[in-house]
Design a protein around this ligand. Structure first.
Ligand SMILES: CCCCC/C=C\C/C=C\C/C=C\C/C=C\C/C=C\C=C\C(=O)SCCNC(=O)CCNC(=O)[C@H](O)C(C)(C)COP(=O)(O)OP(=O)(O)OC[C@H]1O[C@@H](n2cnc3c(N)ncnc32)[C@H](O)[C@@H]1OP(=O)(O)O
Ligand code: FAD
Length: 624
């Protein structure tokens, strides 16, 4: 089962090695992280990142191993933005020459970069960004400026205190004309003493939700006051400005400017499956240990995991963790395929890549955030403790519903793609890729229920057809209602709640389809495929509230712990007294409690000043 989850024996081996490397290194301890002040936590993050780099160099780690090291350290910090966004942005939007110059320094960590797109006034609406980059032909420079308060760059990770450079997105103005948003490389801080360069005001935007969590990341604010950069620091793969100031657009779609976001969205689907699997691992293992209430005859108490209500709340999340893992593996293939096609100037699959990355990022992160919160409740009071690992897991992963694109905004992008497809089908064009099912419109719009017997509900072909019919009917219904509106734009706006639902149905069809396709592969291990088939059934049927679920839950229960052990997480990475592999929950909870600084003294600070006088006064009053 480990191989099915990890993807290959090699992946299992590398993951185990990196997880143990982190778990065995005291510098990477994280059990006291939620007890640190914001400044202590930030400094701890700098220490960990520097140590991780040192170990990477000492051990000659590969890029795959170094990424896993960063992942198992599990502490958001500037390195994430450097590797996950700054480097990909230069790769995707820089010329060969610019890549050579800047990536050489970035790979050697001679500079630390971030991705500065969002502003105080605009995040979702990229075309509404206000920062300006005005070309000055007299000096062959761009003048980078924040013309308004709302144009302040706001949120970029690492911007506050660590990044020395950034890819800054700004309105390109030359010869008096505004050509819209383009990317520029800017140095922000001195490489000698780390002080901000002239004209740059920069700092952290302040504390964020949850203790520990994303507070390890210095999300920053930056204002630019007519800062000059050389013309060759405009990322010029997609468009150029000549020495004379002429704007020249390359023969590539302007949406490639958004390429970095598409890349990160596809990685986030894998992150969501990982975060969800961690929460499910904790809740399932704890549910097998925790006993509450026994038979009336005074028999042994019952494992809470045996309660049908616990199973009906928890097992869909177990199934979703596997479903998101498999669709994330497919999405990584799709992204790679589209990127290869782009190299040969084949842009035909760009819309599909945008719709799939946007839709899957949205659906998986929303489901994961909701599931982690529910896993906290599934663990009762102890799920609320930081030592359970669940509050921090929730706090770190909740923003994934917003960063890299607000989930509703992204679903509306999917809806736009679906409406275009429906109109193309109406004009006789055969859809391909993830919308191919829409070409079967006659059959799917009229087909009676393809599932008549209870057993049909476990027939993958029948389930797939049910999800195709559901998605198609919702999309066609929206298209028909939009066509009745005074204009396409008004109709789209009026129908946007329904369009979001139709987009979710389409994305859930993709997830179900990829789970079914995964089960058609050779899957190693005795009985593994059968278990995955049950999880596929649970994932699909829980989305349409089917009465077969109870039987499936009962069939999965005996293997539930084995299914979460297959995630192969160390206790260090799981970071949970409830989810420990050895199940020694109560002694772990008790031990963790005493680490809290509040327990450093038996009589608490503040007693003499505030509690003792009060108690004495009340005692005196009671004797009057
Ligand atoms: C982080 C640490 C965690 C610790 C754990 C450790 C390790 C974990 C491993 C790695 C970390 C993983 C993840 C962490 C990474 C990120 C988190 C941290 C940082 C976050 C960074 C950010 O948030 S960066 C900023 C993100 N911002 C956005 O996403 C903005 C969203 N808005 C947009 O994308 C656009 O504004 C828009 C798409 C909504 C609208 O764009 P617009 O230009 O207005 O276009 P239209 O809507 O008019 O459409 C025009 C046509 O273009 C098509 N299109 C739009 N977008 C794209 C695209 N991206 N690709 C291709 N095509 C696109 C659109 O479909 C239209 O086409 P048609 O005209 O044919 O319909
Ligand atoms: C932890 C974290 C890290 C981040 N890191 C970075 C970073 O490194 N670099 C960077 O550039 N940015 C970063 N961001 C910013 C992030 O990308 C934006 O917050 C995100 O794109 C959402 O944009 P917004 O904040 O403007 O939300 P808004 O768009 O203002 O959303 C507010 C509400 O308006 C709704 N809404 C907006 N437009 C529409 C519409 N057309 N139709 C219907 N509803 C709509 C949304 O659904 C939402 O409910 C980060 C954010 C977070 C939380």
């Amino acid at each position: 089962m480990k191989v099915a989850w990890a993807g290959s024996r090699h992946a299992v081996e590398v993951a185990d090695r990196m997880a143990c490397l982190v778990a065995s290194d005291p510098v990477f301890r994280k059990d006291t992280r939620t007890m640190l002040s914001r400044k202590e936590l930030f400094k701890d993050t700098l220490k960990k990142a520097a140590h991780a780099w040192k170990r990477t160099v000492e051990l000659h780690l590969t890029e795959e191993e170094a990424n896993l090291l960063r992942l198992y350290i599990d502490q958001p910090g500037y390195v994430d933005l450097h590797w996950v966004m700054f480097v990909p942005a230069i790769k995707g939007q820089g010329t060969e020459e610019q890549q050579k110059k800047w990536l050489t320094m970035a790979y050697k960590f001679q500079i630390i970069g971030t991705y500065a797109q969002t502003e105080l006034g605009h995040g979702s609406n990229v075309q509404g960004l206000e920062t300006t980059a005005t070309f000055d032909p007299s000096t062959d420079e761009f003048i980078m400026h924040s013309p308004t308060l709302t144009s302040s760059k706001w949120w970029p990770g690492g911007l506050g205190k660590t990044s020395t450079h950034a890819v800054v997105y700004a309105r390109l103005i030359t010869e008096g004309k505004d050509y819209g948003i383009h990317g520029f490389i800017m140095q922000l801080r001195s490489l000698d003493d780390h002080s901000p360069l002239p004209g740059i005001t920069i700092g952290d935007i302040g504390g964020k939700f949850g203790s520990g969590a994303y507070n390890s990341m210095d999300n920053g604010v930056m204002r630019l006051d007519h800062v000059r950069i050389p013309r060759d620091q405009m990322l010029m793969r997609l468009a150029q400005v000549t020495r004379e100031g002429k704007y020249v657009h390359s023969d590539v779609p302007k949406q490639l400017l958004y390429g970095t976001m598409v890349y990160v969205r596809q990685t986030i689907v894998a992150d969501a499956s990982r975060a969800l699997s961690r929460a499910v691992c904790i809740a399932v293992r704890y549910g097998a240990i925790r006993k509450q209430f026994g038979s009336k005859a005074g028999g042994p108490e019952t494992q809470v995991l045996n309660y049908k209500t616990q199973q009906s709340r928890l097992f869909p999340f177990l199934a979703s963790a596997y479903a998101f893992r498999f669709v994330g593996q497919w999405l990584k293939w799709l992204y790679t395929d589209v990127t290869q096609k782009l190299e040969s100037k084949d842009f035909s699959t760009l819309p599909e890549a945008h719709a799939c990355t946007a839709g899957l990022k949205s659906v998986t992160t929303s489901a994961t955030a909701d599931a982690i919160e529910e896993c906290q409740k599934l663990c009762g009071g102890h799920g609320y403790l930081n030592s359970s690992g669940l509050p921090e897991l929730f706090a770190v992963n909740l923003p994934a519903c917003t960063y890299e694109g607000d989930n509703v905004v992204l679903l509306l992008q999917v809806a736009r793609f679906l409406m275009k497809t429906v109109s193309q089908v109406a004009s006789g064009k055969q859809p391909v890729g993830t919308t191919a099912y829409m070409g079967n419109i006659q059959h799917l719009m009229q087909c009676k229920s393809v599932v008549n017997t209870v057993e049909d509900w476990l027939n993958p072909a029948a389930i797939k057809e049910v999800f195709e019919a559901r998605a198609l009917r919702m999309a066609v219904n929206c298209a028909q209602n939009i066509s009745k509106a005074p204009s396409q734009e008004e109709g789209f706006s009026e129908l946007s709640p329904d369009l979001v639902e139709a987009a979710v149905a389409h994305v859930q069809l993709i997830i179900v389809t990829k789970f079914i396709e995964k089960l058609q592969e050779d899957i190693l291990g005795h009985g593994v495929k059968e278990q995955l088939q049950k999880l596929c059934g649970i994932y699909a049927l829980h989305l349409i509230h089917n009465e077969r679920l109870g039987k499936l839950y009962a069939q999965v229960r005996p293997n539930a712990v084995a299914l979460v052990d297959a995630f192969d997480y160390t206790d260090h990475y799981l970071g949970s007294a409830l989810g420990r592999y050895d199940g020694d929950v109560y002694s772990a909870l008790y031990k963790e409690a005493w680490k809290d600084p509040l327990n450093e003294t038996v009589v608490p600070d503040g007693y003499q000043e505030h509690l003792r006088p009060l108690l004495k006064q009340q005692l005196k009053l009671s004797r009057l």
